[in-house]
Design a protein around this ligand. Structure first.
Ligand code: NAI
Ligand code: 15L
Length: 273
């Protein structure tokens, strides 16, 4: 467990009622952060949380007032009708950036997704890992909104000098549940380590990183994440034998196994990924 800083930094956590938000509420305080919580849904066990939509500018102004940084996890987290994606992920993220900029917040750590590059063929055999600079190839309207989020972040850095680390998260759940996830899994503890690194590294400008553990079967390059000081401690490999016995190895001839985005490339996307 990392030593807490002497003075916790106050961080606004959007999406605090969600799966990842709930995990980070448990894990980030040990890294020295005091969290202010925000979500359109009530946050269980936290009556002090701000319950509001990302498009509620007055609520956003209150939320960002006095915080050192924002960890932006709120949004539609799967494929959905465009109107919903537009409202939460595109307009909502824009309004958050505007409020943060007006309040002089120095940095946002923003949940992008592997689905911003989901149509990138996964590396096979000895092929090189996918770099962060690979052309964006969204696999869904959802992935398209994450590509927008990355461009928004670049724009606020270039125009206003407000920093962002865009984290293209793989699959951050307690355990990997599919063979694909053996490659893209990020353990919750590594997620907290990565968000901590992204919140505390100096001079990030706009940096894009992949978010995953040090998986034996990793598909992408963690160099830019490690450059922030991220040192992943976990590997999905202990889960491999059981998952492969149940589901079989990935089949390169199966479309849903051939790209980074897994089943998100199918139309419609189907669970499990
Ligand atoms: P989730 O769906 O469990 O949580 C998202 C939260 O955002 C929900 O509590 C929801 O109420 C809130 N929200 C949605 N629209 C909102 C709005 N307009 N205003 C305020 N709050 C709103 O998703 P999860 O898994 O916790 O993911 C968190 C973030 O990380 C999402 O942005 C997702 O796209 C991203 N991500 C997550 C991955 C994962 O493995 N969990 C992988 C890649 C990206
Ligand atoms: C995501 O972007 C989703 O938010 C999450 O629920 C998972 O589906 C993850 O990607 C994944 O690729 O497994």
């Amino acid at each position: 467990m990392p030593a807490p800083r002497t003075t916790p930094r106050t961080v606004l956590l959007t999406g605090a009622a969600g799966g990842l938000g709930t995990l980070m509420r448990d894990l980030l305080p040990a890294h020295g952060y005091a969290l202010r919580l925000f979500d359109v849904r009530p946050v269980e066990g936290a009556p002090e949380a701000i319950t509001a939509d990302l498009n509620d500018t007055a609520a956003l102004r209150e939320a960002v007032d006095g915080v050192d940084a924002v960890l932006h996890l709120a949004g539609i987290s799967l494929e959905a009708p465009f109107e919903k994606i537009l409202r939460s992920n595109i307009e909502g993220t824009y309004r958050l950036y505007e409020a943060a900029h007006e309040a002089g917040v120095a940095r946002i750590v923003s949940a992008s997704s592997n689905h911003a590059v989901g149509y990138t063929p996964r590396p096979q055999g000895a092929e090189p890992l996918i770099p962060v600079g690979t052309p964006r190839r969204p696999d869904t309207l959802y992935g398209l909104s994450k590509a927008f989020g990355e461009d928004l972040a670049q724009f606020y850095w270039d125009k206003y000098g407000m920093e962002t680390v865009s984290v293209r998260i793989g699959s951050c759940f307690a355990e990997p549940t599919t063979v694909r996830m053996l490659s893209v899994w990020m353990s919750p503890a590594d997620g907290a380590r990565l968000f901590h690194a992204a919140l505390s590294a100096r001079g990030v400008g706009h940096t894009v990183v992949y978010g995953s553990s040090a998986n034996t079967r990793l598909w992408w390059d963690l160099t830019s994440a490690r450059a922030l000081g991220y040192e992943p401690q976990d590997d999905s490999e202990p889960f491999a034998a059981k998952l492969i016995a149940a589901q079989g190895e990935l089949d390169p001839d199966n479309e849903a196994h051939a790209y980074l985005g897994g089943q998100f490339v199918t139309d419609p996307p189907i669970w499990p990924y």
